[in-house]
Design a protein around this ligand. Sequence first.
Ligand code: PMP
Length: 301
Amino acid sequence: MVQLQRPPYVYMNGRITSWDDATIHVGSEALIRGVSVFEGIKGYWQKDERTFCLLALREHFDRLCRSARLLHLPFDMTYDDFFIACSKLVKLLLVPGKDLWLRPTLAAVEGHWGLGTVTDLIITAYTQEQQRPAPIDVGISTWQRSGDASLPARIKSASNYQVGRLARIEGRRQGFSDMVLLNQWGRVSEATGSCVLLVRNKGVITPTTAEGCLESITVNIIESLCKSLNIPFIRRPVDRTELYIAEEICLAGTLAELAPVCKVEYVTMQNQSPVFQSIADTFWDIVRGIRKHEDVTLTAL
Ligand code: PMP
């Protein structure tokens, strides 16, 4: 589990401010109804030991815009201004040799039931060690992922994470590091902060967004890597029972990266995960600037 610090600076109200001054009003819809959308963006310290790059910045900005539009949150910032805002904060918080995880949040700071909504872009960033994810145990939650007609999973909104939070608390009591959420049809949707991928017959399978998952940027990257590595990749509904017989399982997301699953509920996976290992090795080389891939963009700051 990622440890978050209290960094000295935050981006808020169009400028850098100190952590202690970065406050939000008690009357804001962001606080009262959890009206905000956000992104998690990973920045990688490069192998050349002097460059720092954000992974898929444009894709994250585009998804933030889509989430804002779906929740009727005004957001007219350009990509260039978003880039500048991120760079200002990164320049202050970057520690050479370490990575950063940026969390831009568009919060409704004024308005009532969608009338007179005013938003503010807040960016926090947290230092991370350069570390590949260790294998994890996952459970299957009794809490259910909401559907498109209740809380659409493709909106990366704060409120969408309430069920994930309940699932994590449930999982912690049972000794699991993360939990898989099923959807209203009892099929696999996603984990609390990442997507679920499995290997069957040496091909990678992941549920479609219609199964209740976020439109994941990492999964898109993995799909491109699979194409280059000649590994079959398919998006289709995944039954719960497929988790118990999968050859390999991994959780994928900006923060999770490609985390191998060593146990799902009561089923221990085989020790080796050759398919995900080769994808993860390629992913790692690309994000560290060791090799390039035409579908994966790194933005130097
Ligand atoms: N599902 C959920 C619920 C998430 O929070 C995340 C992390 N953003 C993902 C999936 C993976 O999305 P991405 O690869 O774009 O980070």
